[in-house]
Design a protein around this ligand. Structure first.
Ligand code: ASP
Ligand code: MG
Length: 718
């Protein structure tokens, strides 16, 4: 069950109600819905005014007439023909009851009007709809009875798709009609949600979520994407109007997340309120205030997400107010929040000053980083971050914080509880469940905008990417297996990143720190058409091929030396097979907009099929036996003044699968070819495009853990 609550401005007129109906229709396609609505905006105030007028006075009649006219106008715009007559008659009848009601119950009518109209409209649109009388179901100050009433009422109607319930109104234990307090519809929605153990509770309003300050007072306020129930409670009980404070408890007790959303911008993800206070470093969340007109003072509350040093924060608060020419009448802290009192007359300036000091850009922002993989690259990255964090903070304003790491045996998320587990048998490189639990923990605890760094070699971990991206977590990866998945999976990752406003960067997967992907995308995304890409991206094979014949040793010896130097995969045949190059070519091609799949690539391994599937030593022996063959090939290249290079090529070809043909093979290149001079562990890429007469050549170092780590760091900071 989804519970959706719409506030007064969301139902203020027929146009807005139509927006609400669209949102409800969409939700009703996913699950059954309880729709809770406020009175149309201004109605509750008008009813309170009404109750203060004399019975039968002209003033009362004027108020009644204008309120009826607003509702009639909505009905006229939403309904036609018989339906219009019917709804109109029901509203007129309710107005009759209002006129006769005891003064202290008049305020309860606003929600009856709005929900009567909306329920009727929904059933006209074909939804099986049922209006619920909150005055019977919601018993003020008796949660147990309320939950029983609601769950029973709903259980009795298994056919209904949308229940419509007035917010705000309830009964006393003795049956007298009453309210849950101003702004109480939010609370009604939480009661309905808790009673039915809803899977989703959405509070739709006219601002995009809980914000760092009231945007009407501080225009630079921004949405807080994610916060704990406790933080929401702190903000709401110290003046944040967007949520009525009592709403939090029922949701928190039942573990239901509260989504604060904007009716006028339905795709904005708004704020998700869930979970306990994150165990990470305390962050400043927002600033609120409550005015006291009796004393002409305002109490400002600067809310944080966790434990703070109250003394220094008070000093900072007082200092920034002082700079703005504002005297602080009192300042204290409860260990989480800061409370400052100022004169009511200067509250706007005070809020602006505090917001500027604590929330605006001059502040360095902390970037939480979660690193999967503690191999050579992972270790280098951690060292690099530790060594350079001071310089990075100075130059970019970003404070890099390693919030979690994982390897094949254990993971830990610092700041939150240490979920480190030990695995007795070694699981190869973050396989399966382990990666999954690390990512689950990140999804549950990482603030939006955190960065997940994948420096593993694991293929399974790529299954976690989409889930992380959807939670607003960015990804930087050097793991080419994760990207060289079937194109549909790759496309799903890209879409998840785009739709959730986060990035997925993987420059390191090809050519290490060389800006290959960036250069391809820069042309392909906008102005240029790629004609061909030739890539020398296997350090191993390039070193083997470029040193063979130039240094002493048979081909077999040179391969063995590369293995001993740690340049090859554990089994060098992985390199000779061209599989690593294949992954890189897929990534390159897709960056150029070509949805290349493995089977589209013609691979000619450096050695034939009979070199595979035999023990490693046997392989070396066989390689040694074939030395004359290798020698002959090399001599042939020499005689033609050519060199052998292992090249992955993508070339425009209308007869190819996506208008391109792709191959991976040893090629003979002559002096005029840029690859001729690429030696050792150098990498290079040659990009030819339709627009430029000269090829773009990117060439440089391609090997080493520190190089890869610096490239990953570069992606983090981009
Ligand atoms: N209509 C009520 C009020 O204005 C309740 C609500 O909108 O939440 O206070
Ligand atoms: Mg409200």
């Amino acid at each position: 069950m989804h519970v959706l609550k719409f506030g007064g401005s969301s139902v203020a007129n027929a146009t807005n109600i139509s927006r609400v109906l669209d949102i409800v229709a969409k939700a009703a396609r996913k699950d059954r819905v309880v729709l809770v609505c406020s009175a149309i905006s201004g109605c509750t105030d008008a009813l309170l005014d009404l109750a203060r007028t004399d019975r039968d006075s002209a003033e009362r009649q004027v108020l009644l007439d204008s309120l009826l006219a607003r509702h009639e106008d909505i009905i006229r715009r939403l309904f036609t023909g018989e339906e219009r007559e019917k709804v109109s008659a029901r509203i007129v009848e309710l107005f009759g009851k209002l006129a006769a009601a005891p003064e202290d119950e008049m305020v309860t009518f606003g929600e009856l009007f709005s929900t009567t109209i909306i329920a009727e409209k929904l059933s006209c649109e074909g939804f099986r709809t049922k209006w619920l009388d909150s005055r019977i179901l919601v018993i003020k100050d008796n949660q147990t009875l309320t939950y029983n009433n609601i769950s029973t009422a709903i259980a009795l109607e298994p056919q209904v798709q949308v229940f419509v319930a007035p917010g705000f109104i309830a009964s006393e234990y003795n049956g007298k009609h009453t309210t849950l307090g101003r702004g109480g519809s939010d609370f009604s929605a939480a009661l309905y949600a808790a009673a039915v153990k809803a899977s989703r509770l959405e509070i739709w309003t006219d601002v995009p979520g809980m914000m760092t300050a009231n945007p009407k007072v501080v225009p630079s306020a921004r949405t807080i994407p994610k916060m704990s129930w406790q933080t929401a409670l702190d903000m709401a009980s110290h003046g944040a109007k967007v949520l009525y404070a009592p709403t939090v408890a029922p949701a928190m007790e039942e573990g239901i997340a509260i989504h604060i959303l904007n009716t006028f911008e339905p795709d904005n993800p708004g704020t998700v309120i869930s979970g306990n206070t994150s165990g990470g470093p305390a962050e400043w969340m927002g600033v609120t205030s409550v005015d006291d007109t009796l004393t002409s003072e305002s109490l400002i509350c600067l809310v944080s997400s966790g434990h703070i040093n109250g003394e220094t924060a008070c000093e900072r608060t007082e200092d920034c107010l002082k700079k703005a020419g504002i005297k602080t009448l009192g300042c204290s802290s409860d260990g989480t929040n800061i409370y400052a009192t100022v004169r009511l007359a200067v509250i706007k300036e005070a809020l602006a000053a505090i917001h500027r000091e604590f929330f605006e850009t001059s502040q360095s922002s902390t970037v939480n980083i979660y690193i999967a993989g503690r191999g050579a690259v992972g270790k280098s990255l951690i060292n690099l971050i530790e060594e350079t964090s001071g310089r990075i903070a100075e130059r970019t304003g970003k404070i890099l914080h390693i919030a979690g790491t994982a390897d094949s045996r254990s993971f830990s998320i610092t700041g939150t509880s240490d979920v480190s587990q030990d695995y007795s048998d070694v699981i190869p490189d973050l396989a399966g469940n382990h990666a999954q639990s690390f990512c689950e923990a990140i999804r549950a605890s990482a603030p939006r905008g955190s960065i997940f760094v994948d420096v593993t070699n694991s293929e399974t971990i790529s299954k976690e990417y989409v889930g992380l991206l959807r939670e607003g977590i960015n990804i930087v990866s050097s793991n080419r297996r994760a990207l060289a998945v079937p194109f549909v999976e790759y496309a799903a990752m890209q879409a998840a990143a785009r739709e959730n406003g986060v990035f997925l960067r993987y420059e390191t997967t090809v050519g290490s720190a060389l800006p290959m992907l960036e250069s391809i995308a820069a042309g392909a995304n906008s102005s240029d058409e790629i004609l061909s890409i030739e890539a020398i991206v296997s350090c191993t094979l390039n070193r083997i091929l470029s040193s063979y014949g130039k240094t002493s040793g048979s081909f077999a010896q040179i391969v063995r030396k590369a293995q001993e130097d740690g340049l090859t995969e554990p089994d060098p045949r992985m390199d000779l097979s061209g599989r690593e190059a294949l992954r890189k070519l897929l990534i390159l091609a897709r960056e150029a907009g070509v949805p290349l799949e493995e089977e589209d690539v013609r691979i000619t391994p450096v050695v034939g099929p009979d070199y595979f599937g035999i023990p490693l030593e046997e392989f070396y022996a066989k390689l040694e036996d074939a030395e004359p063959e290798f020698k002959a090939r090399e001599d042939e290249a020499d005689s033609r003044k050519c060199r052998q290079r292992f090249v992955a090529t993508l070339e425009k070809d209308p007869s190819g699968p996506h208008g391109y043909k792709a191959s991976i093979e040893v090629r003979l290149v002559d002096e005029s070819h840029p690859a001729y001079r690429i030696t050792g562990t150098e990498n290079a890429i040659i990009i030819r495009s339709a627009y430029h007469p000269y090829p773009l050549l990117i060439q440089g170092p391609g090997e080493g853990a520190r190089l890869a780590a610096s490239s990953v760091l570069n992606d983090i900071l981009k």
